[in-house]
Ligand binder design. Sequence first.
Ligand code: PXP
Length: 256
Amino acid sequence: MRLYINIDHVATVRQARRTDEPDPVRAAVLAELGGADGITVHLREDRRHVQDRDVELLRRTIRTPLNLEIAATSEMERIARDTGPHQVTLVPERREEITTEGGLALVDAASAVAPVLRGLAEDGIRTSLFIDPDPRIVRRAAELGAVAVELHTGEFANADGVDRARQVERLQAAAELGRELGLAVHAGHGLTYENVAPVAALRGCEELNIGHSVVSRAVLVGLERAVREMKQIIRLAREGAAGAVEERGAAGADGP
Ligand code: PXP
């Protein structure tokens, strides 16, 4: 399981004063030292946090892969193709939203996504679509030829009790369908130190994107430590899940 750290909110603090600190490029290097497997930034059309200069410098500075989140527009496609990140995740964008609210509406509105996907693929950029864990949309993402889907974990994060268990089942089913259709499966949004374990344990999921919770903790304990602690929780959740599968297998083999 790879952990990609989204450092948008380091840029949010900088933009609060329109100054040059804290620098997300420095933050990315610290996140890497803490064990991040990749760095994610969302270049929004309104440039409310990450700026074009950040994307350019990150591309040249970091040692791990850069995952650039963008809306499926021709302006953003051009920036992505000029920059050449390892991966682009296409996300829906509304100016009024505080953060990305839902997955891409691929069933009714795939027309903007398809040409951008093709353009990125032409340049050898790995493509991912941020979608709700809905089987119809997973199928549509595969039809469109994306390499990966990032399953939106926002509803899971907002749920509790029985509903949360149901959301985990929904994510698991979407992850399995994605794998059957040949997609790589990622997940993210709203994940925290408290709720990440069941998502980290999803079978077939290979990448998590986590931002706000890690940057919030970093304000108190430092970014390197905040990333290391998140990695440790994910590792333990993965090991626990693998252990449970092995136990079930052994019980099946030795059982009556
Ligand atoms: N994945 C996607 C596609 C996102 O848009 C975001 C938020 O920018 C995240 C993951 C990270 O969400 P959070 O900041 O809640 O961890």
